[in-house]
Design a protein around this ligand. Structure first.
Ligand code: NAP
Length: 372
């Protein structure tokens, strides 16, 4: 199968680098276009980027020219129709609509449009059905020449992703009445260069701007139901405390939960181990077991468990009764893989399966024949 060409906006940052790493040799997607700020435009990627990952920067990518942050192609080719975006919210607000209006599927990591009524906020194992919201977006209207237009799809905040993977099986089986979560978030979550070493070494910072609000509202939308008027938020009380800790990668979250119907320890463990909503779909980035439970008394730990499922699984541990609510446990997930770039790549794989990355008239006609 010919690989689809994709672009990366914000390609030089922490999440942009993860995109490069995860898309290198991806069976369905091939990086053909890179952009970042004006500081980087015109340089080769190798010159513009301070590569911070523990696998080598692919030579082909290092030699590519970083393009200006506008929706136009390169001297060698057209602008790809699939754009992975890793911009901060301020720039995403301005740039993502320009790419959607230019007919691209913008698969975004930013918070800028996550809570917009017609923008899906999606974790495929949790609420892939919300992707139909893209058909309500103004950019998506069929173009004059009969091709479908562009759209924006988002993935959640890095903490919300690991958390909802653990919560979805519980919500499905028992319902969630209230939830208390306290996070310990890695420094890579703040981008590069991020938090100054003098601030974080030997320290914990009990404040991450807007993070508690984002976590609370995004969990409500992700676990909400898609109704006629859009997403109806989860009817549960949520309270979040967010902290930055001196860990490189991997966000840990301590959760206390009250369920709507009683669940035993065995019921909770079965809900997690039987949770496999993407099984059989053969999506290259989907982990076989999205929620892994570890029985050890001192797990999960960021250094030891963040790469489970190639960085795409959430690890749950320390399940025990809670004196305030019903149960308490710990969740860990990789913040720049499952919590960012990997989440977006998986969203794009689901969009491909649904035919939502088919933009040429011929592709759409072909798909309609297959569906009929
Ligand atoms: P980052 O390391 O600060 O990278 C920011 C990127 O945006 C860089 O490539 C930068 O390019 C580019 N940029 C800055 N201004 C620009 C402009 N005017 N036009 C085009 N590109 C511009 O940030 P990050 O950690 O990768 O995060 C990116 C986004 O993902 C943020 O919205 C963040 O909230 C979200 N996110 C991050 C994580 C995480 O764990 N890090 C998890 C989930 C979501 P230059 O190199 O040229 O400056």
């Amino acid at each position: 199968m010919e690989r689809r060409k994709v672009g990366i906006l914000g390609a030089t940052g922490m999440v942009g680098q993860r995109f490069i790493q995860l898309l290198n040799n991806h069976p369905w997607f091939e990086v053909a276009w890179l952009a970042a700020s004006d500081r980087s435009a015109g340089k080769t990627y190798g010159e513009a980027c301070k590569w911070k990952l523990d696998t080598p920067l692919p030579a082909r990518i290092a030699a590519m020219t970083v393009m200006p942050n506008v929706p136009s192609g390169t001297p060698d080719g057209e602008l790809p129709k699939i754009i992975f975006a890793a911009l901060d919210a301020e720039h995403a607000l301005e740039l993502e609509p320009q790419f959607a209006a230019a007919g691209c599927a913008v698969v975004s990591n930013s918070s800028a449009f996550r809570m917009a009524a017609d923008v899906p906020l999606v974790v495929p194992e949790v609420n892939a059905d919300h992707l139909t919201l893209i058909e309500q977006q103004s950019w998506r209207k069929t173009l004059d020449d009969g091709r479908p237009g562009g759209y924006i799809v988002t993935n959640p905040n890095c903490c919300a992703i690991g958390l909802v993977l653990a919560l979805k099986p519980l919500e499905e089986r028992f319902g969630i009445e209230s939830l208390f979560v306290s996070t310990m978030q890695a420094v890579s979550g703040a981008g590069y260069p991020g938090v100054a070493s003098l601030d974080i070494l030997g320290n914990v910072i009990p404040y991450i701007k807007n993070e508690e609000e984002k976590l609370q509202e995004e969990v409500g939308k992700l676990l909400g139901r898609l109704g006629r008027g859009g997403v109806e938020m989860l009817d549960a009380k949520l309270s979040a405390h967010c902290n930055r800790v001196a860990v490189e990668d991997g966000h840990m979250e301590c959760v206390s939960i009250k369920l709507r119907t009683k669940a035993s320890r065995q019921d909770m463990l079965a809900a997690w181990s039987e949770f496999a909503p993407l099984a059989g779909q053969k999506l290259p980035t989907a982990p076989e077991q999205p929620v892994e439970f570890d029985e050890s008394p001192d797990r999960p730990q960021p250094r030891l468990d963040r790469m489970r499922g190639h960085g795409m699984a959430a690890t749950v541990g320390r399940l025990r009764e809670c004196n305030l609510l019903d149960w308490k446990f710990v969740v860990l997930s990789h913040n720049t893989i499952r919590g960012a770039a990997g989440a977006a790549v998986l969203n794009a794989e689901v969009l491909a399966r649904l035919g939502k990355l088919d933009f040429k008239k011929a592709e759409v006609a072909q798909r309609d024949v297959v569906l009929a």
